[in-house]
Design a protein around this ligand. Structure first.
Ligand code: NDP
Length: 331
């Protein structure tokens, strides 16, 4: 199989020299093992953090080991009764076209007609659930709230805007990094207003889009976006701090928000979270999202890159914003 490994810890933006592609030969299956051919491999922003040798909520990647992460595929050979040939599986073996490992490391998924395999890596999977948990459990979204989502045209962001509306938000505002993405937010994803943060003056643009202020901020970006939200918050506003991608490739510490006293005077709650601590909400998320999905209430986009050998490009392109919705590698 062809696998991608980290061989050097990137400083700032990763380059191809930080990775290598290796061919891993697999022998016959041992009892209890299965062999899976991946169909889709996920590239995700959190992977950038794991490339550093620093404390985070997931351990750093080891140098010389295949990059692990979400993927879906089909079993092509099996020496384990519980995971038979043909089963569709979700797993964390990451950036590889084929993987052979213990059956216990794969989760068999129901192969539901009308539900493409790829969506298990986003809208019906990790990124969709992140949006749901952030809005409900972390930000305490209430009907009638005005919600601002940064990074709105990505995998988490496209889910967050739609879920906010489905849960009764009065007005949903999004920001993204191109005119095309901004148009998509209002035309396809039900946002009431959207702006391009690359046009500058994030504070001014948010204020114009939210003349009556915001109650909930779902933050994927940090930095200037957080500053702008602190300015726009109504009393009692709540932020779910999901990510801060504007700083993931920075080599220097970014300047902090200059208006933190708004936390005090407006009684704001800014609460960070990582999905791993809220997995008990998976059944609730799956039930509601499957219902919305089946009812045709959920739109999504995928940006697909073909071939395991282009996984690093897919990852870097995603970090630069080349994706709309979920960036995936198709094997
Ligand atoms: P996306 O699909 O949103 O892809 C990343 C996007 O980030 C790009 O498309 C780009 O869009 C945007 N971006 C890149 N650089 C900047 C910048 N400097 N300023 C503003 N936007 C930028 O990725 P995900 O949906 O998978 O993840 C979104 C966020 O959620 C990330 O911060 C991630 O770390 C976080 N996350 C957190 C989880 C948790 O448990 N807390 C779980 C999953 C994700 P554009 O063209 O708009 O710039």
């Amino acid at each position: 199989s062809t696998q991608i490994q980290l061989v050097r810890r990137p400083s700032g933006w990763p380059t191809h020299e930080d990775f290598r592609t290796v061919t891993v030969p697999y022998g016959d299956l041992e009892p209890g093992q299965v062999r899976v051919r991946n169909e889709f491999v996920s590239v995700d922003p959190y992977m950038r953090g794991r490339m550093n040798d620093s404390r985070s909520y997931v351990a750093p990647y080891a140098l010389g080991e295949t990059i692990t992460g979400g993927a879906v595929g089909r079993v092509v050979e099996s020496a384990a009764d519980e995971v038979p040939v043909g089963a569709v599986v979700l797993h964390q073996h990451g950036w590889t076209d084929v993987i052979q490992a213990d059956a216990g490391t794969f989760r068999v998924l129901a192969d539901v007609p009308g539900v493409p395999l790829s969506v298990r890596l986003h809208i019906l999977g990790m990124t969709g659930m992140t949006a749901y948990v952030g809005l409900t459990e972390i930000a305490g979204l209430k009907a009638g709230d005005t919600v601002f989502v940064s990074g709105a045209a990505g995998a988490v962001g496209t889910a967050a805007g739609q879920i906010a509306k489905l849960l009764g938000a009065k007005r949903v505002i999004g920001s993204a990094g191109s005119a095309e993405k901004v148009a998509l937010l209002t035309e396809k994803y039900g946002y009431d207003a959207a702006f391009n943060y690359k046009d500058g003056d994030v504070r001014g643009q948010l204020a114009a889009a939210a003349p009556e202020g915001i109650d909930v901020f779902f933050d994927n970006v940090g930095g200037e976006h957080l500053e702008a939200a602190l300015e726009a918050f109504n009393d009692g506003g709540r932020a779910a701090l999901c990510g801060a991608i504007s700083a993931y490739n920075a080599t220097e510490r970014p300047a902090g928000p200059d208006n933190m006293p708004n936390l005090i005077t407006r009684g704001l709650t800014l609460r960070g979270f990582t999905l791993g601590h809220y997995l008990h909400l998976a059944p609730e998320f799956t039930e509601r999202m499957t219902g919305w999905f089946a009812a045709g209430s959920i739109a999504y986009d995928e940006t697909i890159v073909d071939g395991i050998e282009h996984t690093v490009d897919a990852f870097l392109d995603m970090m630069r914003g080349a994706n709309t919705g979920k960036m995936l590698v198709r094997i």
